[in-house]
Design a protein around this ligand. Structure first.
Ligand SMILES: [Zn+2]
Length: 482
């Protein structure tokens, strides 16, 4: 297909720009139909292999997978309840305080509700609540799938990206199948907790963290990897030939000599074409090697310092490395924040109960604000992609998603300001108690109030910096041919 376009950039000095550039993505793989039962049981293990085909498949099957997965959870709860009942039914553990199972409690509630519903007018509200729960779950899944669209961008149209993201989010709930199986098995095994109490706390906590964290990590992997590439017929902006545009101003440079400049803005024509100014960063090649870490750190600084970075970023081919850069940067940000919080809190001099409490609150506040910022950054990608589509006409979501992912280091100022604002007051005990009072226009003003106002202003400034630079990054990639 691309044979007719392969001579676009000729090395001969007399060469001209062709009428059309080749498609930016290779032909997508054909869609395979995956056995439903197989997908239900092993999709959580290999989302990269099954995910794209499941996401491009039928919506009904994706919804059915969600229903089956949820029923597995209900099954595990029933197994757990039956085992609890059996345990209490045994004579040697029978207690005078017989406890009713949650099924019995639920039945009692329903009967009580039914009895009340004949009396009062508004008592049918709980039943509406129960009936609307599936609708609310579905609505939540749809909203979440929309937010995850930048991770499903594969060169197809926006509508197709959205549908694939929706199916992927539904299929990702199959993680509940192994979780429910483990819960059911644990319920059947009579765990002797007395024996466990003799184990060291650190071991128990470590096991607990692994047990709870593993499904979360697997679920995150399913969300971000499940629909990362498009399979099916080559229908979308990435699979069609394009008219070559000037990288800086968007002027159609069709049939211009390669060794000339854009008549509109003066940018050399060669710079706008493959092999021109948009080239992969050294990090792309080295990202799986130890030296990649060095380049990851260097890129953080380069992106923060140089707005022109995005004029040299290849956005059509670099989506995979941009996603990799995003999650490595997020992990790095969390690690740095944890280290800063730990050091600041341990820097407190005395260890009175009051200060210990303040340190706990500060740690929670600082970490909460860092995680909330990173979550907002993740969720902001879809609105930014949509805005780039409306404002700059970027129809291929891979382009805007690449720019947004590579723009992640622009969150650093906001993170630093949040950490300083949440950690600084606790380092100064007098500020914390509101003892310091300054006079402003002959009126006493608590230093605490001034710190709060200054913090808010700094946070706003850092947020505005981030938004301005991200939108500038999207503006810089709107005419990219590479
Ligand atoms: Zn130009």
């Amino acid at each position: 297909m691309s044979d007719s376009f392969s001579t676009t950039v000729d090395t001969k000095p007399s060469a001209y720009v062709a009428a059309q550039l080749p498609p930016t993505a290779p032909l997508p793989a054909p869609r395979r139909k995956i056995n439903f039962l197989l997908a239900l049981l092993v999709h959580w293990l290999i989302p990269g292999r099954f995910g794209p085909h499941l996401a491009a498949g039928s919506t009904a099957r994706a919804c059915l997978a969600t229903i089956v997965s949820l029923s597995f959870v209900v099954g595990a709860v029933i197994v757990h309840e039956i085992q609890e009942e059996r345990r209490f039914a045994r004579p040697h553990v029978a207690s005078p305080y017989s406890r009713s199972s949650s099924r019995e409690r639920l039945a009692e509630e329903i009967l009580r509700g039914a009895a009340q519903s004949t009396g009062a007018n508004w008592s049918w509200m709980p039943f509406i609540g129960v009936a609307s729960t599936p609708l609310l779950i579905e609505l939540g899944l749809l909203i979440f799938a929309t937010a995850l669209m930048p991770w499903a961008a594969g060169g197809d149209r926006a509508w197709s990206v959205w549908k694939r993201s929706v199916r992927n989010v539904h299929w990702s709930l199959t993680i509940l199948v192994p979780v429910a199986a483990v819960v059911a098995v644990l319920a059947c095994i009579n765990v002797n907790w007395d024996h466990w109490q003799r184990w060291p706390d650190a071991v128990i906590i470590s096991i607990g963290i692994v047990v709870f964290l593993t499904p979360v990590i697997l679920l995150l992997r399913m969300w971000f990897v499940g629909a990362h590439r498009y399979v099916g017929p080559p229908d979308g902006p990435a699979f069609a030939p394009r008219e070559p545009l000037c990288d800086a101003c968007g002027y159609a440079i069709v049939h211009l000599p390669l060794e000339t400049r854009c008549p509109e803005c003066g940018l050399p024509v060669r710079e706008s074409l493959p092999g021109g100014r948009r080239r992969p960063t050294p990090w792309v090649e080295r990202r799986w090697r130890p030296s990649g870490l060095f380049w990851l750190l260097r890129l953080q600084w380069q992106i923060l310092r140089r707005p022109a970075f995005f004029e040299r970023l290849p956005v059509h081919s670099g989506i995979e490395s941009a996603r990799h850069f995003w999650w490595m940067t997020v992990a790095f940000m969390i690690l740095v924040s944890l280290a800063v919080i730990r050091l600041s809190v341990s820097g407190l001099g005395s260890h009175s109960h009051r200060e210990f409490e303040a340190a706990g609150i500060t740690t929670a506040l600082a970490m909460g604000s860092v995680l909330a910022t990173l979550l907002l950054q993740m969720l902001s990608m879809f609105p930014l992609c949509l805005w780039a589509q409306k404002r700059y006409g970027i129809v291929d979501y891979r382009v805007s998603a690449s720019a947004c992912c590579m723009a992640t280091p622009l969150v650093w100022p906001l993170l630093i300001v949040l950490l300083v604002c949440t950690l600084a007051p606790v380092l100064n005990e007098q500020w914390l108690r509101g003892v310091v009072v300054l006079s402003l226009l002959d009126r006493p003003v608590s230093a605490w109030l001034i710190v709060a106002i200054a913090s808010t202003a700094l946070v706003l400034l850092a947020a505005i910096f981030w938004l301005r630079r991200v939108t500038a990054a999207l503006r810089a990639v709107r005419y990219a041919n590479v």
